[in-house]
Design a protein around this ligand. Structure first.
Ligand SMILES: Cc1cc2nc3c(=O)[nH]c(=O)nc-3n(C[C@H](O)[C@H](O)[C@H](O)COP(=O)(O)OP(=O)(O)OC[C@H]3O[C@@H](n4cnc5c(N)ncnc54)[C@H](O)[C@@H]3O)c2cc1C
Length: 419
């Protein structure tokens, strides 16, 4: 059976970028169909750390209120290098309306966004699950403007015709691939193995812990409601070698970073299927749009996991693009108007993404140092530790690009705040 739908906008991908965009469009009476390949929102190890600017935005969008009890504010960060605490930051001391990141399971966030769209804007918001986009519709054939997508569903083929198609289908974006837009994927020197353990009773559950020893490091992230996500680096492509050494090698790797977890890692991690591997790379796409199509979120700019920036930029992208699309529709909604909206969207967003990427890559390089380089790294963290201003300046590249300092909520100037 073939089903045909028509909307102003077709969004491919119901992740943080796609669903936030769909809600923000529907709120502005722009009709939107989201095609999402998965039948559920269950994802573990995905996008649970949400940056302060996005917490602020989610609050303004009315999403945070729907998530009561489903997330945890994080108050502190602590870096221990070679056994000494070299840097501590207390997010609550930063003078912003929402100074803290939160830990929020992605299924809770996505369910809240979908419910918001379906309950408050049902006439403009349609989410089709178990629909995998397989082909772009093009006016005039191959290479022509994009006019929608064809998706595979269990019931048959779904065709969505739209004035604008948005690729929000993540770091391995199929739509980006099908569009022919050029991109560069840059693998980083490390991959990360993730696992989840029960939260140790002796740790404070509002502190991010980073432990470094030589060129090895681990991230220990309290995970709502009662576990800790552990991520530790391995050399790029090194999973095969680690697995060949067996689970005892993994246990010993962790012992060196967090001896407190020695008991639980042995009792909880009984096979490699209890772990998850994140292949770390960044993707840069010189042009985020072409006639009839815009890329957002990871499809436009894949980032590394440092300081939870993927979800942050996905949400800010969505909130930035929605009013521009509304304006373009008001200006006639033709290819030229929507093309200008796509170009303006990229202009508004790319500097901010580049800033976060720069901060992440500098941190990646610091992690990789050892020997004399390791001494330099520790000195750098100690200098930062002594200056609240410096901590604020460094973290601002990731955490505070939208919010303005001040005790009360101040409207920022970027189009991203037109919510
Ligand atoms: C292991 C891991 C841990 C991470 N941890 C964090 C973190 O703590 N904090 C953080 O900010 N970021 C984190 N990230 C990154 C974060 O998950 C992404 O940056 C963020 O989810 C990007 O949102 P998005 O909506 O652009 O893409 P995604 O969240 O990837 O969503 C894309 C959606 O598109 C759907 N899709 C894909 N192809 C198709 C298709 N052909 N048709 C229909 N639907 C399709 C997918 O099912 C998915 O729902 C992590 C990523 C990984 C892999």
């Amino acid at each position: 059976m073939t089903t045909e739908l028509t909307a102003d906008v077709c969004v491919v991908g119901g992740g943080p970028a796609g669903l936030t965009l769909a809600v923000e469009l529907a709120k502005r009476s722009v009709s939107v169909v989201v095609v999402e390949q998965s039948g559920h929102f269950d994802r573990s190890f995905r996008g649970e750390s949400v940056s302060p600017d996005s917490v602020w935005l989610l609050d303004k969008l009315g999403v945070l209120g729907r998530l009561d009890g489903a997330y945890q504010q994080m108050h502190r960060m602590e870096i221990v290098d070679s056994g000494s605490t070299v840097m501590r930051a207390d997010f609550r001391r930063f003078p912003y309306p929402h100074p803290y990141p939160v830990e929020m399971p992605q299924p809770a966030l996505l369910s809240a966004l979908a419910a918001l769209g379906q309950e408050e804007h049902p006439e403009h918001f349609t989410l089709v699950r178990r629909a995998t986009a397989t082909r772009l519709l093009r006016a005039g054939g191959e290479g022509g403007p994009v006019t929608g997508v064809v998706a595979r569903t269990p019931e048959g083929e779904l065709t969505v015709h739209a004035a604008l198609t948005v690729a929000a289908d993540g770091r391995f974006s199929k739509v980006r691939e099908m569009s022919g837009l050029p991109y560069t994927k840059v693998p980083l020197e490390r991959d990360v193995v993730w696992l989840k353990l029960p939260f140790p009773s002796e740790w404070d559950d509002r502190t991010y812990r980073i432990r470094i020893r030589g060129d090895q490091h681990g991230l220990f992230i309290p995970t709502h409601p009662d576990s800790v996500r552990v991520g530790f680096n391995i050399p790029k492509g090194g999973l095969k070698e680690l697995r060949a050494q067996g689970l005892p090698a993994l246990y010993e790797r962790l012992d060196g970073l967090a001896p407190e977890l020695a008991g639980s890692v042995r009792s909880e991690i009984r096979s490699w299927s209890d772990t998850s591997m994140l292949d770390i790379f960044t993707t840069t796409v010189p042009s985020w749009s072409m006639p009839g199509l815009v890329l957002i979120g990871d499809a436009a700019h894949t980032l590394t996991p440092i300081l939870g920036q993927g979800v942050n930029h996905a949400i800010i992208d969505a909130v930035t693009l929605a009013p521009l699309v509304r304006d373009a529709i008001d200006a006639g909604g033709d290819e030229a108007a929507l093309g200008r909206a796509g170009a303006e969207f990229q202009r508004a967003r790319e500097e901010s993404v580049a800033k976060s990427r720069g901060l992440q890559l500098r941190q990646e390089r610091l992690f990789a140092l050892h020997g004399v380089g390791g001494i330099g790294r520790r000195s750098l963290y100690r200098v930062m530790d002594r200056s609240q201003k410096l901590k604020q300046r460094v973290l601002a590249g990731a955490y505070f690009q939208l919010q303005k300092p001040g005790p009360h909520v101040v409207e920022a100037q970027s189009p991203a705040t037109r919510v």
